[in-house]
Design a binder for this molecule. Structure first.
Ligand SMILES: [Zn+2]
Length: 369
């Protein structure tokens, strides 16, 4: 371990001898009675020395070894220290510019996963994860790009047909991709977002890739978020693969539910809950799915809303894979183009569904304890 004061935290003097680490008040930590020798010692905790070397350097500043050791312990307990060696290892082996692109993400992880070396372990976990995004419209393509940018090692953007003008978004397909195959262009979108250099492969996919750690269901017309993408979802339930519904329908963006088969409410639970509120829902639903005649002639999809939803969906996926329960588990989040508000709605497992009783083959990664 090579201790480093977390580079993600600002260092602000509250007054002459009180140093505040971090700006967000809730998480800020104070170090008091900072005289010149201690200030110099803190400057030395930059990740270039291990513990014994730091204590020796402190001695040269006139500080007792016991004092230096106690100070390092105290800084670690206050979640101010990270392990520079672990961070370096987590980024090693990735070519530039990918390595540097991930530095701010790793810095953010060091605040969310505060123990020394923990953020590096989380980033390495992301690098091993495979996520499949089904549906490459405004939302799906952007979800794939954001996940790849966040360090997910293998992102597969799955869709058929060719990129249409309405699929274009600033975080997904650029306008130059209109008319190209969604599968080919989707692969390139993911590679670009991951910072893969021209001619370099983002990841060598094996002939038969392992099952994904999570599947994002993001059908282009947005109805998947409401229809529960029935058949696909049943297969994922049977295989025990966690999956997240997301999309934009009319003026509403939806993220969730994120279904952990056998452990949280599923897409059918959501459909049944809607039936309880509106008895005509099953009939309406039948007209929406499979290209039904009742669908909107021009599906609405606000660009800013789609980008927000894609970012939020990618964040929930990463939280789940990182071992944190996102609010889309046993619930869903709605973002409205009408007022810009985000709401979280609760989803209970429905008594008529029985999904929590299904036997479960645990997912390969990201399975919750
Ligand atoms: Zn269910």
């Amino acid at each position: 371990m090579r201790p480093v004061l977390k580079p993600a935290l600002s260092r602000l003097w509250r007054e002459k001898q009180t140093l505040q680490f971090g700006t967000v008040r809730r998480h800020a930590r104070l170090v008091e009675d900072v005289d010149r020798a201690l200030a110099s010692f803190l400057e030395l905790i930059d990740g270039s020395r291990d513990g014994p070397a730091l204590i020796a350097a402190g001695q040269r500043l006139g500080l007792d070894p016991e004092y230096c050791e106690a100070m390092l312990d105290s800084l670690a307990r206050s979640e101010l220290l990270d392990d520079a060696a672990a961070a370096q290892q987590a980024l090693a082996g990735r070519p530039q510019p990918r390595r540097e692109m991930l530095v701010p993400d790793l810095a953010s992880l060091s605040l969310v996963h505060p123990a020394p070396g923990e953020a590096a372990a989380v980033l390495q976990g992301r690098a091993r994860a495979r996520v499949e995004v089904r549906g490459a419209g405004r939302v799906g393509a952007a979800v794939g790009a954001v996940l790849a940018a966040g360090g997910i090692g293998d992102v597969a953007l799955v869709d058929r047909g060719r990129v249409a003008a309405r699929d274009v978004s600033p975080a997904g397909f650029p306008p130059t991709e209109i008319g190209r195959l969604r599968a080919t262009s989707g692969r390139e979108v993911v590679h670009r977002a991951a910072g893969t250099a021209a001619g370099e492969r983002y990841r060598r996919s094996p002939a038969s890739p392992p099952p994904p750690a999570l599947v994002v269901l993001a059908p282009r017309d947005g109805t998947g978020a409401f229809t529960g993408a029935a058949v696909e979802a049943q297969e994922l339930m049977r295989a025990g693969i966690p999956h997240l519904y997301t999309g934009v329908l009319e003026h509403l963006g939806v993220v969730g539910p994120l279904v952990v088969p056998g452990a949280s409410a599923c897409g059918s639970c959501a459909t049944l809950a809607r039936r309880d509120e509106d008895e005509a829902w099953p009939r309406l639903l039948a007209q929406l799915i499979d290209g039904g005649p009742g669908r909107a002639r021009v599906p609405a999809c606000d660009s800013a809303l789609a980008t927000s939803v894609a970012g939020l969906a990618a964040l929930h996926v990463e939280l789940y894979l990182d071992g944190v329960l996102p609010p889309s588990v046993d619930g869903w989040c709605e973002v409205s183009a009408a007022d810009g508000m985000t709401r979280r709605l609760r989803l209970r497992s429905h008594p008529d569904c029985g999904c929590l009783w299904q036997s479960v083959t645990a997912g390969r990664a990201g399975t919750m304890a």
